[in-house]
Design a protein around this ligand. Structure first.
Ligand code: GTP
Length: 240
């Protein structure tokens, strides 16, 4: 069978999109542990032993209760967050644009934090204070200790020069130690007749311009759970 392990997954989305309903669907009542982290003000929910989670992987979801806290969030959790669940209300056409902005901000802040972390790591154990280039292997950008010299062509062909903000993202991303975490989008409330199609949602969110390679849109009805497990299954495959 599949190995059981923990996976920290960030659950985000605008208010009223259905985050709590999805989390409630996934968790077993007796396993509910809810904890408010006062310094940052969002809810941490540990979903362990999820009944409907066939793979047995434990998801810990950070359900943000407010917006505009991404910087803070990543600074606290950049090491542990392995995936993102981004919930959108498929019937809220007007606010899909707002959701897009939030997504952009979330990823931008993650990049900044990872970039800073990378700079700090480069300075660790290196006492040169005069800005001289240190001895780190510049070709080892993925943290596996192996030089990536021979992978350059392969890597760049997988990484088309696309970005949300500007043309520099690729440079930044290639210097990150943890560049690409999977993002699962729940196009939620698909049961309502005014719900937009997943294609339309992809377009409005601009997902094809995402520098991220690993994303997936799953339509869902959080009230009945339709589509929820399918989405989680995709995420679990990415996390395995
Ligand atoms: P905040 O706590 O405000 O951030 O919202 P949230 O994202 O946690 O949304 P919540 O789960 O509270 O759902 C908002 C409302 O939408 C509730 O009334 C839910 O019952 C309803 N809802 C959630 N998912 C669905 C769905 O798939 N279909 C329908 N029809 N209603 C849904």
């Amino acid at each position: 069978g599949l190995k059981r392990r923990e996976a920290n997954v960030l659950v985000v989305g605008l208010d009223n999109s259905g985050k709590s309903t999805i989390l409630n669907y996934l968790k077993r009542k007796e396993d509910q542990v809810e904890e408010i982290v006062p310094t940052v003000g969002y809810t941490v929910e540990r979903l362990s032993g999820i009944e409907r989670n066939r793979s047995g992987i434990t998801l810990t979801a950070f359900d943000m209760s407010g917006q505009g806290r991404y910087r803070n969030l990543w600074e606290h959790y950049y090491d542990s967050v392995e995936g993102i669940i981004f919930v959108v209300d498929s019937t809220d056409a007007l606010r899909l644009v707002v959701a897009r902005d939030e997504l952009e901000m979330l990823l931008k802040h993650q990049q900044v934090v990872l970039e800073n972390k990378n700079i700090n790591n480069s300075n660790n154990g290196n006492n040169q204070m005069n800005g001289e280039k240190n001895d780190l292997d510049d070709n080892d950008v993925d943290g596996d200790g192996e030089s990536n010299k021979n992978n350059d062509d392969h890597e760049s062909s997988k990484n088309p020069n696309e970005s949300i903000n500007n043309g520099n993202n690729n440079d930044i991303r290639q210097s990150l130690s943890k560049p690409d975490i999977p993002i699962l989008f729940f196009a939620n409330k698909m049961d309502l007749k005014e719900a937009l199609s997943t294609v339309k949602i992809c377009q409005t969110l601009g997902l094809h311009q995402l520098p991220h390679k690993q994303w997936h849109v799953q339509s869902s009805n959080a009230l009945t759970g339709d589509g929820v497990q399918e989405g989680i299954d995709w995420l679990l495959v990415q996390l395995a």
